[in-house]
Design a protein around this ligand. Structure first.
Ligand SMILES: [Zn+2]
Length: 320
């Protein structure tokens, strides 16, 4: 069985509704996921305020008492190294293909001062996340083609650059929590295995096949999208190791099925695909599996009835 089985919800939906749905014997992991995009820094700031309030404490205590791991998964780069530092320190930011330093996405991973700030801020962020397990998920920006093209970074692949930043964030967090681990998010441009950088001990693989076709099993070789997404899995697992390796899926991500736009639609959970996918995760040796569970809050339940969390949890708990 997968060691950890969970789902990711928005902080705005943290409360009794999700607490009761989550308290299913099949689940033991919850990730709080503030929205990304251009407002990622602001939504992370709001999360840091919310986690200091009694409604959040109640949610966190109830779930951790029931044996859940509480984690936080988010695009954190714009909070970690604030974008308004561009004028003072342009060299901290990435160089685009036109040779300009820009503060749109990510950083220059070859700049030692930028890395020092990144490590310090990652430690600060980790210290503000109450009840967290030792696994941290501070992702890069949620876009493609956002690598640095400066002379010192040019030879590094997007995966290399992501791993430099991931290693650095882990080093920072470990100054205050020596048991900390940090996820390397493999998806989009960072799906290929890094070439010129090796992971620090404590960096684990998180694989998110956002480009998959969810109507076919991920291991279906006859589905071109899924074959493409799944192709690097063996190499990734061998590079990062299987310990703590996690699949971050879209099985019950109703926001993806709604094309990230309202109105809400009814979620059609394809149990045959889900069972095949979980079997695939077990065969590959993944340790954990979780799924975004966005657009399934109380407004969803009012319109369509409760989301199929129980069936989802049962599928994740299968043994083979
Ligand atoms: Zn650079």
């Amino acid at each position: 069985m997968l060691t950890q089985r969970g789902l990711l919800i928005y902080p705005e939906e943290v409360g009794p509704y999700w607490r009761d749905l989550l308290l299913d014997p099949g689940l033991n992991l919850v990730g709080i996921h503030p929205a990304g995009g251009v407002d990622a820094a602001r939504s992370l700031e709001r999360l840091l305020e919310f986690v200091q309030t009694p409604p959040f404490w109640d949610f966190a205590h109830r779930l951790t008492r029931a044996g859940f791991s509480l984690e936080y998964e988010m695009h954190a780069m714009s909070w970690l190294v604030p974008r308004d530092l561009l004028a003072a320190r342009p060299d901290w930011f990435r160089m685009n293909r036109q040779g300009e330093r820009v503060n749109d996405f990510n950083l220059c991973p070859s700049n030692p001062d930028a890395l020092a700030v990144l490590g310090r801020r990652a430690a600060e962020l980790a210290s503000h996340l109450p009840g967290s397990s030792n696994r941290f998920f501070f992702w890069l920006d949620d876009v493609k083609d956002a690598a640095c093209h400066c002379p010192r970074c040019r030879h590094l692949t997007p995966s290399d650059q992501a791993l430099i930043l991931t290693n650095q964030m882990l080093r920072g967090v470990r100054t205050m929590n020596p048991a900390a681990k940090m996820s390397y998010l493999a998806y989009q441009d960072t799906l290929p295995v890094p070439v010129n950088v090796t992971p620090d001990s404590g960096v684990f693989l998180e694989f998110a096949p956002i480009g998959r076709d969810s109507s076919r099993p991920i291991g279906d070789p006859g589905c071109p999208q899924n074959a493409r997404e799944a192709a690097p899995i063996d190499a990734l697992l061998s590079f990062f190791g299987k310990e703590d390796s996690q699949v971050l899926e879209y099985w019950i991500d109703n926001s993806r099925f709604c094309n990230w736009r309202r109105p809400l639609k009814r979620l059609n959970l394809d149990l045959a695909v889900l069972h095949a996918d979980v079997r695939f995760c077990l065969e590959k040796g993944f340790s954990a599996a979780t799924s975004f569970a966005c657009f399934l809050g109380e407004d969803y339940a009012n319109e369509f009835g409760p989301p199929p969390v129980q069936a989802y949890a049962r599928a994740l708990s299968q043994n083979d």
